[in-house]
Design a protein around this ligand. Sequence first.
Ligand code: B4P
Length: 187
Amino acid sequence: MRLILLGPPGAGKGTQAKILVDAYGIPQLSTGDILRSAIADKTPLGLEAKAIMDRGDLVSDDVVNGIVSERLDAEDCKPGFILDGFPRTIAQAEALDRMMADKGIKLDAVIELKADADELVRRVIQRAKDSNRPDDNPDVIRKRLGVYESSTAPLVDFYGRQGLVKTVDGMAAVEDVTGSIKSALGR
Ligand code: B4P
């Protein structure tokens, strides 16, 4: 199964991806986690990404596309994968279409997780208590929600035109959201 989890910051993409990894036996590919790991390791990529992420902006499409393209070639992605936080722009989605066409593979579904802005802010502020993520604070989260609306939300129509979008209520309890995703996927 090849799946995209799409939704605003705090919608539960990472939370659900980790659960679905166990349910379906395929890896999670989180661009956010890969970038945070590069920052922690102080790699050239991490040094470039840190200031951008801290202020709530998106890292450049070329950089993120390169990370994903390399990761999709790994052996563990052969049976399928869960993309968490990628694509986030139309340019990334178009690049992903090209990468998948080159590999002769197709997406099965795009799960859109929906939640109210007030709940998203509440969750991210709650997470800030132990996450140490510089982008988990009220000002930056509001900025990230704006970036989501302008850059990422158009992907719902992009994938809607391909008949791939399944919308799930992300406001419910974690296990109920997982149940809704599994029902939407029919497995
Ligand atoms: P991400 O790491 O993708 O982070 P996110 O959008 O904040 O989180 P997510 O939706 O996964 O929320 P989570 O499950 O953790 O991105 C961070 C930054 O990286 C971006 O701003 C950008 O700068 C950069 N980046 C990443 N990908 C990029 C790309 N493709 N292009 C360019 N830049 C990129 O849930 C949040 C909290 O809510 C958790 O504490 C969780 O416990 C809680 N929660 C989850 N589900 C819940 C539920 N149902 N009920 C109650 N609480 C819940």
